[in-house]
Design a protein around this ligand. Structure first.
Ligand SMILES: [Zn+2]
Ligand SMILES: [Zn+2]
Length: 394
C-alpha cells in the first residue's frame, strides 16, 4: 500500500509499505480521510520523535477486515477512530486526568513502524485497547465529519473544565478550526463569546459559529502593550481605529461594527478566556481582563521550553503576579487531548450538525500531497482552515 513515511525532520516520503497484518482482536480499516493536526505538524517540523513513523491520527474509513474476536464490528462499517483510549481504572483515570494515563499515552493505531496514528496511509491496524474508541459514522454523515470527532472532543473537554454560567462572557483568542469549535461549543453552553483573530475572514466565520462580538487583533509587534482604558462614556459602542485594540478595561474596546456592548461587560471583566493561539502576549493580556475568580484556559501552549533556554524551571515567558492567582483567585488552567467519556456527546454534536464541522474544512489533499497539506496547515492563509488528507474516496 502507499503511505507517507516520516524519515526525519521535515522529511516526508511517499513509500510503498506492507498492508498491516491484524490479530484476532483487531481491525483493518481502509482510510478515507485523515485530518492534519498541529501536534503532528510540530513533531514533523521539529523532528521531536525518532523516525520512521507514519503520522495522522484524525482518521475515518471503512472496516475491511475484522479479527474473529473483534466483537461488534463488521466489514463495511464506516468508522471514526481514536488513537488514544484510557484504561478508566488507574489513579489518573479515577481523577479524570485521562491524558496522563499510561494506557492512554500508548498509540493504538498504526500503518507500520512505531505506532503514530498511521492515517497518512491507505490502511491502518486498530489494536484491541483502542477498539472502545471506534465510532460508527451514520449514513447521512461523511468520512470528513467522522475525522473531526477527535479534535472536537479535545475542545469539549476544555469547555467542560470551565465553570460557566449562562450569559458568561468568554474570550476565545484565535479563530482557527479549534477556536471556531470553541466559539460554537461555548455558545451552545450559553456563553457570550468574544472572538478575536488576526484575520478578518476568520472573524466572519466566528459570527457564523455563534460569536456575539468579534475583534480583529493586531500583531504583537504592531500592538505593543495594552492601552489604558479610555474615558468611561467613550468606551462603549465606539469601534477603535487601527493600532492597539484591547485595553485592560477590556472588553469595552471590543466593539465591532459600532455595536454597543453591555456596559456591565466592561465593568465585570471576562468570566473566562480560552487561549487557542500559542502567544504569551495574549495570555498576559487576557489574564489582566479576567474578573476576580475568572478562568484562563491554555489550549495552544504545547511546545515546551528547551531546558537550555530555561535553566530555572520557574522562569516564565512574562512576569506573572502570583497575587492574581492567590488574591484575585484567577485560575490558570490547561487542557490537552481528548476525554473518552465525552465521546457519545461529541458524536451527537457533530453528526447532528449542531456543531457543523463541514464549514471548518477548507482543503483536502490527496495522499501523495501530504507534505503540501502540512505546509498549508502550518502557515494558514485567509481562506484556509481545517485541512484533510484523502487516502481514498469519500
Ligand atoms: Zn489531533
Ligand atoms: Zn488509566
Amino acid at each position: 500500500m502507499r503511505a507517507v513515511v516520516y524519515r526525519g525532520k521535515n522529511d516526508l516520503r511517499l513509500e510503498t509499505v506492507p498492508v498491516p497484518r491484524i490479530g484476532a482482536r483487531e481491525l483493518l480499516v481502509r482510510v478515507a480521510v485523515c485530518g492534519v493536526c498541529p501536534t503532528d505538524i510540530k513533531k514533523i517540523q521539529y523532528g521531536t520523535v525518532p523516525p520512521p513513523r507514519i503520522f495522522g491520527h484524525e482518521t475515518a474509513g471503512t472496516i475491511v477486515r475484522a479479527g474473529a474476536r473483534a466483537r461488534g464490528f463488521k466489514i463495511g462499517d464506516r468508522v471514526a477512530l481514536h488513537h488514544h483510549v484510557p484504561c478508566l481504572d488507574c489513579h489518573f483515570c479515577r481523577h479524570h486526568a485521562f491524558a496522563q494515563c499510561e494506557t492512554y499515552k500508548r498509540t493504538g493505531i498504526t500503518a507500520g513502524f512505531e505506532p503514530a496514528g498511521g492515517g497518512y496511509a491507505e490502511y491502518v491496524r486498530v489494536m484491541p485497547f483502542v477498539l472502545p474508541g471506534v465510532v460508527k459514522i451514520p449514513g447521512k454523515n461523511s468520512f470528513a465529519e467522522g475525522a473531526m470527532l477527535e479534535p472536537v472532543n479535545t475542545v469539549l473537554k476544555a469547555v467542560r473544565r470551565l465553570n460557566l454560567l449562562p450569559g458568561d462572557n468568554v474570550l476565545v483568542a484565535g479563530q482557527g478550526p479549534i477556536g471556531l469549535m470553541f466559539t460554537r461549543l461555548l455558545q451552545l453552553a450559553g456563553a457570550r463569546v468574544i472572538a478575536t483573530d488576526l484575520m478578518a475572514s476568520r472573524l466572519r466565520l466566528a459570527r457564523k459559529f455563534g460569536a456575539k462580538w468579534t475583534m480583529l487583533a493586531s500583531q504583537p509587534e504592531k500592538a505593543g502593550r495594552a492601552v489604558p482604558c479610555p474615558p468611561s462614556d467613550s468606551a462603549h459602542g465606539v469601534a477603535r481605529p487601527a493600532g492597539p485594540q484591547l485595553s485592560p478595561c477590556g472588553v469595552a474596546a471590543i466593539t465591532p461594527r459600532g455595536e454597543t456592548l453591555n456596559p456591565q461587560l466592561a465593568a465585570r471583566g471576562l468570566d473566562a478566556a480560552v487561549i487557542a493561539v500559542p502567544s504569551d502576549d495574549v495570555v498576559r493580556q487576557s489574564l489582566a481582563w479576567l474578573r476576580g475568580g475568572g478562568q484562563l484556559m491554555l489550549f495552544a501552549h504545547t511546545k515546551r521550553i528547551a531546558p537550555s533556554l530555561n535553566p530555572q524551571p520557574s522562569t516564565l515567558n512574562f512576569p506573572l503576579d502570583l497575587a492574581s492567582v492567590c488574591v484575585d483567585e484567577k485560575d490558570l488552567l490547561g487542557s490537552y487531548s481528548s476525554d473518552f467519556t465525552l465521546q457519545r456527546e461529541v458524536a451527537r454534536l457533530v453528526f447532528s450538525r449542531q456543531l457543523d464541522v463541514r464549514d471548518l474544512i477548507s482543503h483536502s489533499f490527496p495522499l501523495e500531497q501530504t507534505a503540501q497539506a502540512i505546509a498549508l496547515a502550518a502557515h494558514p492563509t485567509p481562506d484556509s482552515l481545517k485541512i484533510l488528507v484523502r487516502a481514498g474516496a469519500d
